[in-house]
Design a protein around this ligand. Structure first.
Ligand code: ZN
Ligand code: ZN
Ligand code: ZN
Length: 747
């Protein structure tokens, strides 16, 4: 027997509410170690006494065998004199102190799913079955620490059997705060449009084409049979939703494979404890109605993540529309009362339950690009886990932007991003923003010393910042994007950065959106950008790709451009004359270098999409059309204007129009346009590398959600020996800018 020693072990990470202490207890007993484990709020502390080999095996076990929902970030160990403990015990928690981690909501685990399907089990088909490895967390927590009394489960007293499990260290439900069963826990109720209870079978209602509002984990979904064209059309019409694609939920992996191609990485992402929506390539011909995703070749699909979801499917009902129940831009509906009142005109029936949701939380949206997970909407499953950041000098509140808003509270080396808050152009969203902000501030004990906001004066978030009575720091939109990408990669060296985006307010008062920078973490020089074009109509032009095409043609080709516009864009000569006189007039028109607006112009001119009924529609439809393997490019020029390079696509327009006339193959034109951007960007980076000797490039901005563009760019740049950084845990779109703002303002 080798020498007995004692070690004190500190573990940091996501270790609360995920069954970590019982796991430690079992592991210590298995190794024959003595001592204790205690929750210290910000970390778990463990004392072990045993042989060196036993302790080494124990620490290996901590790293390798921990519960799936736990995430270990750091383990510290220190040797102490042996105290002579007789056994291993779990000690009472100390008062919580320091920074804490709150677990995100977790998808139903395989063990619980098995019990759920077992007719012998007392929780057979019980829609609220959960354990320490799965179930609601963030959406039900009212206060820290995460104890049942501080969650919306407080109102349900556990029955004897549940209580026994809860207190039994050997049970899978030891300290599972939402533990419940049909005797003591929450219940389902189906009601009709008038709120009256009804006894119908909801599977049959779905099969017959009805729309049901279903209360989920972070809010209500509107649900119907995705294969039923009439139901899908009715939902679209009643919700007043233009062409925006609907999110789908498939019964299981087998069902997903009937409708979409999936890679190994996509399969893993679909089945992960986060169970996000994954954007997948649709299989054609498809039995699904085109009204689900008009003009697109992708489907946003997720798998069931609560036990209730599993009840919605049958043999025939294998894919359902599962769209957030909200009105355009407003937050998701989350209480029974609000649902019955506000969703009356949309849903035929309501599937309610009596476990209150405390935090609204939408489904997260992801995609896999060249084997890397990209998060486009960071919410359920990911929030409120922190992102590691370079240490800050001050505590910061960063308010993000007005579209796809998230905010960020940051202190020390951690940034806590809020869930996706939606667009800040309405009162409901602003109220939700303030409520969530005050909750997260109290959970994480962060009293900000400085507030970061976007430079755009018109943003609601900027105005909110001005009312906060704290020092302010305005951060340029695209510098925030780029910084978020660097932080996301834990990269603090100088890089060449590219942000392809919608529009963001620039230092020169113009609306930027196709910008090359040199620098790192907030210290940037703008080295190149797309040639400016006047943006008549300002922010409203976002809805008008046809107008964008007209502006490009008039600016670059004058009278000739006017003729093309008349033929290809359905503008009346008088209307064109009006735009021409505005362009020649003395009134100041803001200029833009936006990549998103360039996509709009090409999409409209090619006849793909002339009006955007949702953000990014014209660009997404153009991307969907791309045929692969196009080698040709349109002409472009890289001009030097003083210290800055200007990317000009003037010569592209007549060539593009020529292609429209001759070939008319929009898939080829779309592919050729994407190729052109990849080629032009790569050439700019090569020139900048010669001037700066920098070989690492970072790619950010909303346009980087374009899979065709991004994956092609990565291939090209890597072929030219660049090291390429893309996003990992935060969105490349405006959902990520609060992180960049926080780091720039806090340093
Ligand atoms: Zn479970
Ligand atoms: Zn019970
Ligand atoms: Zn942006």
């Amino acid at each position: 027997m080798s020498h007995i020693m004692a070690q004190r072990i500190k573990v940091r990470g996501v270790i609360q509410g995920v069954g970590f202490r019982p796991f430690v207890h079992r592991l210590a007993e298995r190794q024959g170690l003595r001592g204790w484990v205690r929750n210290e709020g910000s970390h778990v502390e463990i004392w072990v006494e045993g042989s060196t080999e036993q302790i080494e095996a124990f620490i290996r076990g901590l790293n390798e065998k921990h519960p799936p929902a736990a995430q270990i970030r750091e383990i510290y160990t220190k040797v102490y004199p042996v105290q002579g403990y007789d056994d291993f015990v779990i000690l009472e928690s100390k008062e919580e102190s320091g920074d804490i981690f709150i677990s995100p909501d977790l998808a139903l685990c395989p063990e619980c799913l098995q019990e759920f399907h077992s007719t012998q089990d007392r929780r057979f088909h019980y829609p609220f079955i959960n354990c320490t490895n799965c179930g609601p967390r963030y959406t039900i927590i009212r206060q820290v620490p995460y104890d049942r009394g501080n969650t919306t489960m407080a109102q349900f007293a556990m029955c004897q059997e549940c209580s026994k499990e809860y207190h039994d260290i050997k049970s899978r439900r030891y300290h599972a705060q939402p533990n419940a069963c049909p005797q003591c826990g929450p219940r389902l109720e189906l009601v009709d449009g008038e709120g009256k209870a009804c006894s119908q079978d909801f599977n049959q209602l779905l099969a017959r084409g009805f729309i049901i509002a279903v209360k989920g984990l972070g809010g209500f979904h509107l649900v119907c049979d995705a294969k039923n064209q009439q139901a899908v059309n009715a939902l679209r019409q009643r919700k007043g939703r233009g062409a925006k694609p609907f999110a789908l939920m498939a019964r299981d992996l087998e069902a997903v494979k009937k409708y979409a191609y999936i890679s190994k990485e996509e399969e893993e992402l679909l089945q992960s404890p986060q169970t996000p929506i994954v954007l997948l390539e649709q299989i054609f011909p498809s039995s699904l109605p085109p009204a689900l995703n008009p003009g697109l070749n992708t489907l946003g699909i997720m798998l069931p993540y609560t036990p209730l979801h599993h009840l919605l499917f049958t043999e025939d009902l294998d894919i359902l529309v599962m769209t957030s129940a909200n009105f355009s831009h407003e937050p998701i509906v989350y209480t029974n009362e609000e649902a019955l009142q506000r969703l009356k005109s949309i849903a035929d029936y309501f599937l309610l339950h009596n476990r209150p949701i405390y935090h609204r939380c939408d489904d997260s949206i992801t995609a896999v690009v060249k084997k890397h997970t990209q998060i486009f909407r960071r919410a359920r499953g990911y929030v409120p886990l922190p992102v590691k950041i370079p240490p800050l000098a001050r505590k910061v509140l960063a308010l993000g932007g007005d579209l796809k808003n998230t905010f960020c509270l940051a202190a020390g080396d951690k940034a806590f991003l809020s869930q996706h808050m939606g667009d800040m152009d309405n009162l409901e969203a602003q109220l939700e923003f303030q409520k969530t902000l005050s909750h997260l501030q109290s959970y994480f004990h962060i009293a900000p010393e400085i507030v970061a906001h976007d430079l755009h004066h018109g943003y609601a978030t900027t105005q909110f910042a001005q009312g906060l009575n704290l020092p302010l720091r305005g951060v340029q939109h695209h510098e925030a994007h780029l910084t978020s990408c660097l932080v996301d990669n834990e990269y603090a060296e100088e890089v060449l950065g590219l942000v392809c985006d919608g529009t963001g307010y620039g230092h020169d008062g113009n609306l930027w959106g196709f910008e090359f920078f040199q620098g790192t973490l907030g210290q940037y020089k703008r080295l190149a950008h797309l040639a400016y074009v006047p943006l008549i109509g300002g922010d409203k032009t976002v809805e008008r790709p046809d107008r964008m095409a007209l502006l490009y043609l008039l600016k670059e080709w004058g009278q000739e451009g006017a003729k093309w516009a008349e033929k290809l864009l359905d503008f009346a000569p008088s209307e064109i004359a009006l735009y021409q006189s505005l362009l020649q007039g003395t009134q100041r028109i803001p200029l833009t270098s936006s990549c998103g607006r360039l996509f709009d112009a090409v999409s409209a001119l090619t006849g793909v999409c002339r009006r955007n009924s949702y953000e990014g529609q014209a660009a997404m439809e153009l991307e969907s059309l791309c045929i692969s393997g196009v080698k040709e490019t349109y002409s472009f020029a890289i001009l030097q204007e003083g210290p800055v390079k200007i990317l000009s696509l003037r010569e592209m327009w007549p060539e593009l129009i020529d292609d429209i006339r001759k070939k008319g193959d929009r898939g080829f034109i779309a592919g050729k346009f994407h190729r052109t951007l990849q080629e032009m960007i790569t050439q700019v980076f090569v020139l900048l590398r010669e001037e700066t000797n920098l070989t690492t490039v970072a790619l950010s901005g909303g346009v980087m959600q374009n899979k065709v563009l991004l994956s092609g760019l990565i291939t090209e740049l890597e072929r030219k020996a660049f090291k390429v950084l893309i996003h990992r845990q935060v969105p490349p779109n405006d959902g990520g800018i609060s992180l960049g703002q926080a780091v720039i303002a806090g340093r």
